[in-house]
Design a binder for this molecule. Structure first.
Ligand SMILES: Cc1cc2nc3c(=O)[nH]c(=O)nc-3n(C[C@H](O)[C@H](O)[C@H](O)COP(=O)(O)O)c2cc1C
Length: 345
């Protein structure tokens, strides 16, 4: 059964009244992972390094290093940068299939969780679970949620199409509720997180109302001080509205990543997408554009390359420390949940 309790100051009732009272949101996720806040930061490829993951874990959530396509040296460096904070790591599942030894490297660092998304997690589940590490599987359909549960996932993340990065077509609200219903009926010990479009306390509170035990947040943490992306990218996110993102394959084509067709990448619309979205075959043959894009990426040119972000961009107006982002989110959600009785007539 889902359990959520929200209150201010419950953490320490004897607290001196001059001290700021900390909101507490206890859910099955906080209990299972032994964390304070039901928020996990997404393993964003290239962007979620050890510093971001550590800042989120230190502030009471669970931070995940974004192992992306799997570069062993990068992963080693980012685990080091996490400075012994209890963090986890994510890796793109189809890419891990090409280099399965990377899982040994991750498990040797005693991560708090391994997060798999975009591909079949089945071949890796036994190794992760036998290492006594929580297995988090991100899914985009009910069918894949059922499969993740069948192969032993501890936590399912239901990711709606609003999400930044790769995703599919289903919207967050109905997908999360549908997976919550399935879990309640068929696998009550499995935990659920909502993902896609969650960037503030409203999204966190809504996730819990939909039947999730917490949420996974990417885009909001991309605009954090700790994220490993160019400052221009963070500024572009803070300035954008949710209207100006699109799901497209053009970024994967230009950077020569061969993704399964079902997944498209949500990015900001810009000069690059205006030029190439809808002209994918032509882009595939254009090697000069590959060089332009790479140069633009390195220089933080947000028009010539890509800004990977979700519709939540419209809810982000500042670049801030990850701990502040997390604390504000939890405080606001706790406030909304405490006040929710106001809606009763
Ligand atoms: C910049 C960026 C990079 C991402 N990279 C990955 C990734 O490498 N692996 C992964 O599983 N998810 C990745 N995601 C998706 C997240 O796991 C998550 O589903 C998404 O951020 C949630 O939606 P939100 O962006 O609205 O918070 C990425 C998201 C962003 C914004």
């Amino acid at each position: 059964m889902k359990h959520v309790s929200a209150c201010f100051g419950c953490e320490d009732r004897k607290m001196n009244t001059s001290e700021k009272k900390k909101p507490v949101l206890k859910t099955r996720l906080t209990q299972r992972l032994e964390i304070s806040h039901p928020v996990i930061s997404a393993p964003m490829a290239f962007a979620a390094g050890g510093a971001l993951a550590a800042a989120v874990s230190q502030a009471g959530g669970l931070g995940l290093i974004g192992g992306g396509y799997g570069d062993a040296e990068w992963l080693e460096n980012q685990f080091r940068a996490a400075n012994n904070q209890p963090v986890g790591a994510g890796i793109i599942t189809w890419s891990l299939s090409n280099n399965p030894d990377l899982l040994d490297l991750i498990l040797q660092r005693a991560p708090k969780a391994v997060f798999l998304s975009f591909g079949d997690p089945g071949p890796f589940a036994a190794q992760i679970l036998s290492a006594d590490v929580a297995l988090i599987c991100q899914v985009q359909t009910l069918r894949d949620a059922k499969h993740a549960i069948d192969i032993g996932a501890d936590i399912v993340v239901a990711q709606g199409a609003e999400a930044g990065g790769h995703g599919e077509k289903r919207g967050t609200m109905s997908l999360v509720a549908e997976v919550a219903d399935y879990i309640a009926k068929s696998a009550p010990d499995v935990l659920l997180c909502a993902a896609g479009g969650i960037a503030d306390g409203r999204g966190l509170a809504a996730s819990l109302m939909l039947g999730a035990d917490g949420c996974l947040v990417g885009s909001r943490f991309l605009a954090s001080n700790e994220a490993l992306v160019h400052q221009n990218v963070k500024n572009a996110v803070a300035a954008a509205t949710g209207d100006i993102t699109l799901q497209s394959s053009v970024t994967d084509i230009v950077r020569q990543k061969v993704w399964p067709d079902r997944y498209k990448l949500r990015v900001l619309k810009n000069q690059f997408t205006d030029r190439w979205h809808g002209h994918e075959a032509e882009l595939r043959k254009n090697t000069a554009e590959h060089e332009n894009w790479v140069k633009g990426w390195e220089q933080g040119d947000t028009e010539a390359s890509s800004v990977v972000i979700g519709e939540a961009a419209g809810l982000i107006s500042s670049v801030a420390p990850a701990a502040d982002i997390l604390n504000d989110m939890v405080e606001h959600a706790a406030d909304l949940l405490a006040k929710s009785r106001l809606y009763l007539a």
